[in-house]
Structures are given as C-alpha cells and as structure tokens.
Design a protein around this ligand. Structure first.
Ligand SMILES: C[S@@+](CC[C@H](N)C(=O)[O-])C[C@H]1O[C@@H](n2cnc3c(N)ncnc32)[C@H](O)[C@@H]1O
Length: 221
C-alpha cells in the first residue's frame, strides 16, 4: 500500500457511507481504503483512461468479484450511478472538477482536491447552494487544497478572501497554510526585486497574501 501523505489526508476527510465513488481513481487506493476499513458497502471507480482504470481493477479484483466494486471507463460522472453518496475527485484541475460536477450530478457529500483554480471550485459549490464544510491547505512536498461539501449543512459566510484562500485557512489556520503564505510572499518579493520596477499583478497578489496572513494571524489567538 503506497499511500502518500496527500492520499492519507484525503482518506481522513472521507466519511462512512453506503456507496462511495472515486472519479479519476487511477490507482484505486482510495476505494481500497474505504472497503478495507469497512467505511462503505460498495464503491464505484471511474477513470477516463482505460490503462489507469485497469490498474485499479487489478488492485480491487477481489472486491469486483464479490460485486462490491463497479468500474466505469468514462469522462467524469458520465456513467457513474447516481446513488453514490460520497464522491471523491482528486488530482485534477479546478475547472475540470467544475465541468465534471456541472455535467454530472451533485451527491450528498463531495471531497475535492483541485490541483489549481480552487477558487472556481468554491464559487461553483456556493453558487449551487452546496455548503462547504472543510476547506484548507496542506503540504506534502507541494501545497494542496482540499474542499469538502455536504448537502444539508449550515452554509458558512464566504467573503472574497475566503473564496480565494479557503475558509478554514483564514479562520482556523494551520501551519501549512502559514508556510504557504510566507513562501508565496517571498516569491512575489523576489520577482519585484528582480524586475526593479512595479509589476501590478505581482504587487496585487502580494497585497492579497498579506491580507490573508493578517486575517489568519488574527485567528491564531
Ligand atoms: C493525477 S491523477 C489523480 C489520481 C487520483 N485521483 C489521486 O488523487 O491520486 C488524475 C486521474 O484522473 C483521470 N482523469 C483526468 N480527467 C478525467 C475526467 N474528466 N474524468 C475521469 N477521469 C479523469 C486521469 O486519467 C488520471 O488517472
């Protein structure tokens, strides 16, 4: 079992459910985790790539024989049955995740880990009336965002900073997010120093990073 810190973090965000779905499952480790730990009765795995899906099928062959795993070679949620209660979409771009949800369906619970454009994912969920319940950055060599949403939960008030950086990062900040801000600030500082003149987009980003840092530090106390 080769579960990276990134995958372990995602495992920690998955809740027990009857039917779990992993979209873009690749290796299939997440469905294996859910089944091995009796966190779901059945799982759907899907991937747009047949070779990726085949890896997962091999890993999960015993569960497939038992009828507890069904696999679908398709784009996004296209063929995934709608009784999936909790859907994981990890390791894809935010725009792709939004596209998958728009053309697919919104299950009762979502665990999303966009590689970029997290703000677009947050905006889409909130505009769809889908409350975001967990929304933070963690580090595993690189920085990753994880966004969990659950129908029926009390919506939280997202301002522009929370949309951009993630709600829990601002209001219950962890060390990884503070590190992320410091690194990004330093990147802006050195780009501006190397240019020897103002680059408005970089200055604006630096300003937003500073605002986020102030908000996070206020909420540390
Ligand atoms: C970087 S891997 C991430 C794998 C796994 N979800 C993880 O987080 O470790 C992305 C996987 O998503 C699949 N994929 C990309 N776009 C997809 C789409 N629109 N629908 C389904 N699968 C997709 C790729 O074939 C690949 O297996």
């Amino acid at each position: 079992m080769k579960r990276s810190k990134r995958l372990q973090t995602l495992c920690g965000e998955l809740h027990p459910c009857s039917v779990f779905a992993d979209v873009g499952c690749d290796h299939g480790y997440m469905a294996q985790y859910m089944l091995e730990n009796s966190l779901c009765d059945r799982a759907y795995i899907s991937d747009i790539s047949e070779p990726s899906l085949e890896k997962a099928r091999r890993l999960l062959s015993e569960y497939i024989q038992e009828g507890r795993v069904q696999s679908f070679c398709c784009a996004g949620l296209e063929q995934v049955p709608r009784d999936a209660q909790q859907v994981l979409i990890a390791g894809m771009g935010g725009e792709e995740i939004v596209g998958i949800l728009k053309t697919g369906f919104l299950p009762p619970r979502l665990v999303l880990q966009p590689m970029k454009n997290s703000e677009k994912v947050r905006r889409f969920l909130l505009e769809s009336g889908y409350p975001i319940v967990r929304d933070y950055t963690f580090s595993d060599g690189k920085f990753y965002d994880v966004i969990c949403a659950e129908l029926g939960q009390t919506p939280r008030e997202y301002g522009s900073l929370a949309l951009e950086f993630g709600y829990d990062n601002l209001f219950a900040p962890g060390v990884d997010f503070l590190e992320y801000l410091r690194i990004e600030q330093e990147k802006c500082r050195s780009r501006l120093a190397a240019a020897g003149e103002d680059i408005p987009a970089v200055s604006e980003k630096r300003k937003r990073l500073t605002e986020a840092l102030h908000e996070a530090e206020r909420n540390l106390r």
